[in-house]
Write a protein of this length. Sequence first.
Length: 153
Amino acid sequence: MDFDEIDRNLLYFLQEDAKQTTKELSYKLGLSVTAVYERIKKLENAKVISKYVAILDRRKVDRNFVVLCHIKLTQHKKEFVLQFEKEVMDLPEVTECFHVSGDYDYILKICVRDIEDYRNFMLSKLTTLQHIASTHSSFMISEVKNTTTIVVE
């Protein structure tokens, strides 16, 4: 899909604050409210905008202990991969899961209360998943950048 300057700005503004009204956006973009509404609908219908969410502050909900857990599967058989992916989807502590190349097969982003909570998660949930050969955990020291904004060019 081709994006003009107005679409790019509209997507940026919506990513910064999706609760802005079409009237507020129309002032920023120099368009009528109707034109902004139609552009948003076009972007939604094209699935460029897939959903609107509330982004929580992990500190305020006591989930500020962030772990990046590297997972290696026992084998790369299709059934093992699909089974692991299905099971990891049911773990609410896992906020992101990436199938990656390199020494490990997956990287999980896990948000829990503290190290003890992570230990409980590892023992009672993660290690019960099928086909895991090994794990390697790294703990967040500080957050340098965290954004959900995607620059559209």
